[in-house]
Design a protein around this ligand. Sequence first.
Ligand code: CO
Ligand code: ZN
Length: 335
Amino acid sequence: MGLIEELCNAYGPAGREHRVRKMIEKELKGHCAEMETDRLGNLIAHKPAVSKGAEKIMLCAHMDEIGLIVTHIDMKGFIRFTGLGGIFTERILGHRVIFENGTIGIIGMEPDKDSAKPSPKPRMEKMYIDVGTRDLESTKKIVEIGDIASFHQIAIRLGKKRISAKALDDRIGCYCLIEAARRVKKPKCDVYFVFTVQEEVGLRGARTGAYSIDPTYAIAVDVTDTGDTPEAHKMQVAIGGGVAVKVKDSGFIANPVVKEKLVEYAEALSLPYQMEILEHGSTDAAVIQLVRAGVMSGVLSIPTRYIHTTSEVCDLGDVEAAVKLLVRVCEKGLS
Ligand code: CO
Ligand code: ZN
């Protein structure tokens, strides 16, 4: 199993990222001068510039994934839940979930008795998790109120160059940062690789990470939507079309200097790239840009289909382009 698969398969819903953090720490050992975990749980790995007085750049990707949190257990042992992050209820019925202690459950739903035709968007309060127990007492032995489940889905190769997994959002970003940290030999910038927590519930880790580092520049690496599936919302980004350089999303406008440098480097290296405007959604860069007196920020996105489902899909060629571009940024700087 490759590192991408391993990262995606790991359990790490928002607030419970410790297993992912451990894996990343292990992968970065020997490749960074210092590594530390801050009070919120962000992993910060520092790779100093070859010469003194270099500008600080923060590269970041979030470790957390969406999940479900237990709110109630009924007399028959069925578990009610609410979402941790953006859950699409119409996409989770029948899927498997796994709790931190390894307990596996199936998402079921009460039959829709209210109307003749089933509603297109099932309501979460009609859903439950079935963990194979027969009553409250037996469920309580393995699952408690407040426990968090992640989706349970093993990563696979889809065709020759694609990968499908849960949590590609944003373990694929974590992978890009790990690869870049390993490949960068002589950084011109003081590079901070930051693996953030709690992005899915409000871009929280990125805020404290950026505050403590106080970088001049930042680049977030995350997934973005595509417009290349049947009847998809009009969007130019396509899977396999190269790394996406973000122009704008609903919380962010890319700093022009950073954006133009990214394009310039992609051109110079003949890397496939595409410009991205995402109409709904945002990334860690939305908060990083606003920290202290402001941080000149950009985003590199991996075009991904079926985001926030148990079978997200991305293209390995796009991932490789992102890694190469990050390496170039570290070695040449952004100014
Ligand atoms: Co997400
Ligand atoms: Zn994300």
